[in-house]
Design a protein around this ligand. Structure first.
Ligand SMILES: Nc1nc2c(ncn2[C@@H]2O[C@H](COP(=O)(O)OP(=O)(O)OP(=O)(O)O)[C@@H](O)[C@H]2O)c(=O)[nH]1
Length: 407
């Protein structure tokens, strides 16, 4: 359940936006229809723009998805008298194809990989087109039995899709959800929404709804690519908290009154040597998550290595010190379970407790140096140096403590 919470949070806004867009498209359908008759190229143009932006960032899956959506849109507008059952098979096959694409990793824009992907797409797509009607025929009795209760419950909803479509769509929805849980990136969520969007477009099957959904998806691709790129630039990859680059940007927005805290994990080298680099990484993630929850209005950044920085805007030393000490205690008291699968590749050094390589509970501690902006020390890098000196004092005083600079 815990793992589902961030996914629910990240899909909430796009879900609401999707429902709102659909509702609005029904509400203003006459207006949109008129608009679309003059500007039918807009969804295609949005797909081209989103495809080019995705290409720029090496998101090949989004590029291929944009191309496939373009083909779908063209077919809905130009090849389809509505209810064309051949087109329905292609549209269902496309949903399976996109679900398959969403499971593949991004292979980049190397020409060889692009050719391989195109071959795979043709093969998988062709297979879906051949197998789908056979699936419908061979499972007809079972599907009809399963379909009957839905038909009794809500005939209008049930009639929107054939029994085979219901089976395929529900399966694809669940498989997509599993993928999003496993890889909860924004582009993965965008791919899942593409599949859902196409299912809705197939169920409603009007060119207007297809146009609205495709334009919406093109926009979602651009937003997801930009958000992912922003995170890459400003979030620390290992811990997920803002990086040093984000810190440098953030300090430009600070006023004249703020506190800088430098923190360093104690004896982290020894920790790495004893338990292995992977366990060291886990500790960094844990410490970062505790920093992220610091009270008193502080903002946490990973400065680099095993060093973290806290900024308390519009605060004085006496406001901040209790919160920093509370954070120190929280980290110290947190029991870390070291599992045996994370054993170091190297054997423990001579003199180390052999038990330390197995499963046991340990704790880490941190030292903190605190400095404030004063009329003498105004530049951020100078304040950082003062905080670093205070941190050095904390290390000298025996570690696991907070030292404020004598300013
Ligand atoms: N696992 C892991 N280790 C890291 C990472 N970044 C830096 N380190 C390790 O952090 C350790 C820092 O060690 P030192 O600077 O010697 O300091 P220390 O052992 O913490 O000792 P004191 O600061 O004096 O308490 C080094 O062993 C680095 O390899 C990282 O991303 N992951």
């Amino acid at each position: 359940m815990q793992a589902l919470r961030p996914i629910a949070t990240r899909t909430l806004v796009p879900s609401l936006a999707f429902v709102l867009t659909l509702t609005a498209s029904f509400h203003f359908s006459t207006l949109l229809q008129q608009w679309l008759s003059s500007y039918a190229w807009v969804p295609l143009a949005s797909l081209v723009a989103s495809g080019l932006i995705s290409l720029q960032f090496g998101r090949t899956r989004l590029v291929f998805t944009a191309l496939l959506l373009g083909a779908y849109y063209y077919a809905r507008f130009h090849l389809s008298p509505l209810g064309n059952s051949n087109l329905d098979i292609y549209a269902d096959a496309l949903i399976l194809l996109l679900a398959w694409l969403a499971w593949r990793p991004d292979k980049g824009v190397h020409p060889f990989n692009v050719v391989i992907t195109v071959i795979e797409l043709v093969l998988v797509g062709g297979l879906c087109v051949v197998l789908l009607p056979q699936l419908g025929e061979s499972m007809a009795p079972v599907l009809t039995t399963l379909y009957a209760p839905l038909y009794q419950l809500n005939p209008t909803l049930a009639a929107m899709l054939s029994p085979t479509q219901w089976l395929v769509y529900i399966a694809v929805f669940v498989i997509g959800l599993v993928r999003v849980i496993l890889v909860p990136s924004n582009s993965q969520i965008a791919l899942w929404f593409t599949v859902i969007g196409l299912m809705v477009a197939n169920a409603i099957a009007t060119p207007l709804v297809s146009a609205v959904i495709i334009t919406w998806l093109a926009l979602a691709f651009v937003i997801s690519t930009l958000v992912d790129s922003f995170n890459m630039a400003f979030r620390d990859e290992l811990t997920g908290i803002p990086s040093r680059r984000a810190l440098m940007q953030y300090v430009q927005t600070l006023g004249r009154r703020y506190i800088v805290v430098m923190c360093d994990i104690d004896h982290f080298k020894k920790f790495n040597d004893t338990y292995g680099h992977d366990v060291g990484d886990q500790v960094l993630r844990l410490v970062a998550s505790k920093f992220n929850q610091v009270s008193g209005g502080g903002r946490a950044f990973r400065y680099g290595g095993e060093e973290f920085t806290l900024i308390f805007p519009r605060k004085d030393l006496h406001d901040v010190l209790p919160h920093v000490d509370l954070l120190r205690q929280t980290i110290e008291q947190y029991p870390l379970v070291i599992r045996s699968k994370d054993r170091p590749t190297k054997p423990p050094k001579k003199g180390h407790n052999k038990k330390s390589a197995g499963t046991k509970t340990v704790s880490v501690t941190c030292s903190f140096g605190v400095a404030q902006r004063t009329s003498e020390v105004r530049d951020f890098m100078d304040i950082l140096k003062v905080a670093d000196q205070a941190l050095y004092q904390a290390k000298k005083a025996g570690r696991n403590c907070v030292k404020a600079a004598q300013q």
